[in-house]
Design a binder for this molecule. Structure first.
Ligand code: CO
Length: 296
């Protein structure tokens, strides 16, 4: 790996850690999720990066893929389990990291279960290792705390401008015969729940990504897809960002772009039994047999 490339992976990780910690520090009773997301985005840009994806601020039964709406009024309440899942892009070199907190509460067992699972992974992870060995550690740690891992969410390989590629790192014991890459970046993200351990799509969508440059009939639609390609490539973006830039009419245009297959929708994911969900995540850089946790 070129040293310049490595520096960008590391910087993306450092900024990822900073914005994750900023987000967590803002999780107090009465805080508006929109203000938390905007503070994270502002800090990302101030540090010379762009978001890898819109800050996901997912509360209680929502596991992932929630970013605040344009006019979101949601406020945090005592006891809410909040997941802050964020990342920074430095010239397309990405980080992906998450932490959880129970608002106004210390020592929440569900939060600790996912944290301990990620801590256990940090201790054993090696380039090229068997993926099932990571899955086993996550599953055992979460199960021994009396919770369940979410089986259909998991870690993943990361490439330049590519948030999910290659490996899938299951959070539950599996007989996967696959191995981690020896060089490059992966993210590991244990999710714990007091529900059945499975997420389903809800009907709500706040996050999209560009899938192809289809010919778009309307001028506004063309403008939006050109802007998204230039700003975010094929990385996820928020509906809120597009409305801020192009106005309220953009919402209809986004629907049209989805209908012609130009945009992919990330449905908000919720636990199927309405279980509460916690999550922690780090990005790991492998090089010459060594591991660096870029977001630690
Ligand atoms: Co991830």
């Amino acid at each position: 790996m070129e040293s310049e490339e490595k520096e960008k992976w590391l910087l993306a990780g450092r900024i990822g850690k900073e914005i994750r910690e900023l987000g967590i520090s803002m999780c107090v009773p009465g805080a508006k999720v929109l203000e938390i997301a905007e503070a994270i985005e502002k800090k990302t840009v101030e540090r010379g990066a762009k978001p890898s994806f819109p800050p996901n601020i997912s509360i209680n039964q929502i596991a992932a893929h929630y970013t605040p709406k344009y006019d979101d009024k949601t406020e945090l309440r005592d006891g809410d389990i909040v997941k802050i899942d964020v990342g920074a892009s430095v010239d397309g070199y990405l980080s992906d990291t998450a932490a959880s907190v129970a608002v106004n509460e210390n020592g929440n067992k569900l939060v600790n279960a996912a944290k301990e699972a990620l801590d256990a992974v940090v201790k054993i992870i090696k380039p090229g290792m068997a993926i099932r060995d990571i899955s086993t550690v996550i599953d055992n740690t979460i199960s021994s705390s009396g919770f369940s891992p979410i089986v259909n969410l998991g870690g993943h390989g990361i490439g330049r401008y590519s948030l999910h590629e290659g490996e899938f790192i299951s959070n539950s014991k599996s007989y996967s015969g696959s191995f981690l890459r020896k060089e490059g970046v992966v993210a590991v993200e244990p999710f714990a729940t007091n529900g059945g351990g499975y997420v389903i799509d809800s009907s709500e969508v706040q996050i999209y990504s560009l899938v192809s440059n289809k010919s778009v009939r309307s001028a506004l639609g063309r403008e939006i897809s050109k802007y998204v390609l230039e700003e975010y490539h094929e990385l996820p973006f928020a509906k809120r960002w597009i409305i801020s830039k192009f106005g309220k009419l953009a919402e209809i245009e986004i629907r049209n772009l989805v209908a012609i297959g130009a945009l992919h929708e990330f449905n908000v994911l919720k636990e199927k039994d309405n279980g509460l969900v916690s999550q922690f995540e780090h990005s790991f850089l492998f090089e010459d047999g060594n591991v660096t946790v870029t977001t630690l």
